[in-house]
Design a protein around this ligand. Structure first.
Ligand code: HXC
Ligand code: NAP
Length: 299
């Protein structure tokens, strides 16, 4: 249970699907939504994992959670799952596109199958789920909120995670396109781009010990705020985007990364480590160069 910033019962009456909700960040968002009164459906390829998570969260919160085995890479399986959810109490009111696959690899070592293993989940699978829900919402004149979990690589690229960066960037354009196309139907689509929030699934594939250090976690001042994200922070943002009251917000991707992707940009982000003495020496050096040039000016 999380210490959320929202009032109890905020999401009562909401019916939300969280793909990949059996583990990691999907499990966090599922628990937060359930705590606030929503009915939540979660899916993953490992039916046992989603069912176990559904039972744990349902027991803890008293909300209805349904675990469904589904591979979102298979369009027909997605449509069947969505039909099953609609039959089980009506239309969804929200969708979180959270399921993903990823691993670090030098791009030159990837095979086409390795590329597809990631892009089929993130790029195609996310579209299949969004489409299966969207066409039903439009047919029924039903409003909805869609959140896609992306990465900050959509803005500055993802070396050694190129299939993921490409696929997530594609989903970012999907939400921006559909915010316009589906806006008249009251369907809004936003995205969250998290910095490092340690999960078993991500760390096993992106921060393996063989590399000698845990590159993914905050180490050595890479992130201006000097820490990883906390699950409750993600849960609060995902609730804000799912709840009623700010429907004019659509088509946006919001980073929650302690300024990590901004800190890594520009040429001088490494200078955060310098102390007063070094800055004074730098300033003296620059001023001396200025003075030398000034001395040669005729006007
Ligand atoms: C190179 C690899 C590889 C690796 C798999 N492959 N791992 N290639 N380096 N480390 C290749 C295989 O050799 C094979 O190609 C192809 O990928 C398919 O492999 P399968 O094992 O059959 O794939 P599959 O069972 O479909 O599993 C998909 C998966 C797996 C993506 C490979 O990791 C998975 O199920 N992931 C789900 C969970 C996950 O990834 N969570 C992390 C999300 S974190 P060949 O040609 O050899 O047959 C995230 C962002 C975090 O997304 C950002 C942090 C800041
Ligand atoms: P995770 O626990 O491995 O979550 C991935 C989930 O997706 C798993 O539950 C997995 O379940 C499911 N999934 C994968 N392929 C699927 C498929 N084909 N069909 C249905 N479900 C599938 O990792 P995580 O860290 O929580 O990642 C969750 C999301 O956050 C991802 O979108 C990731 O890109 C994003 N993200 C994470 C971080 C971070 O720091 N953790 C940072 C930025 C972005 P099955 O294996 O059972 O299918």
């Amino acid at each position: 249970m999380y210490d959320l910033m929202f009032k109890d019962g905020l999401l009562k009456g909401k019916r939300i699907l969280v793909t990949g909700g059996g583990t990691g960040l999907g499990e966090v968002m599922t628990e937060a939504y359930a705590q606030l009164g929503a009915t939540v459906y979660i899916c993953g390829r490992r039916a046992g994992v989603v069912q176990e998570t559904a039972k744990r969260i349902s027991d803890a919160t008293g909300s209805k959670i349904v675990g469904l085995g589904c591979d979102i890479r298979v369009a027909e399986a997605v449509d069947e799952m969505i039909a099953q959810i609609w039959d089980d109490g009506g239309a969804l009111t929200g969708l979180v596109n959270n399921a993903a696959g990823n691993f670090i690899s030098r791009t030159k070592d990837l095979t086409p199958k390795g590329f597809n293993a990631i892009s089929d989940i993130v790029f195609r699978g996310t579209f299949y789920v969004t489409l299966a829900c969207g066409k039903r919402w439009i047919a029924a004149g039903q409003k909805a909120s869609v959140i896609s979990i992306l990465t900050t690589w959509i803005w500055n690229g993802g070396p050694f995670t190129v299939p993921s960066a490409m696929a997530k960037a594609g989903v970012n354009i999907m939400i921006k396109s559909l915010a316009t196309e589906w806006g008249p139907h009251g369907i809004r689509l936003n995205a969250i781009a998290p910095g490092p929030f340690p999960t078993k699934g991500a760390w096993e594939r992106l921060s393996p010990k063989a590399g000698g250090s845990s590159e993914l976690s905050e180490v050595g001042g890479r992130i201006p705020m000097g820490r990883n994200g906390e699950m409750v922070e993600l849960a609060n943002l995902a609730t804000f985007l799912m709840a009623d009251g700010c429907e004019y917000l659509t088509g946006q991707a919001i980073a929650i990364d302690g300024a990590g992707h901004l800190g890594g940009s520009g040429n001088f982000s490494g200078l955060a480590a310098l102390g007063d003495a070094q800055w004074e020496a730098i300033s003296r050096e620059i001023r001396a160069a200025n003075d030398k040039d000034k001395a040669k000016r005729t006007s």
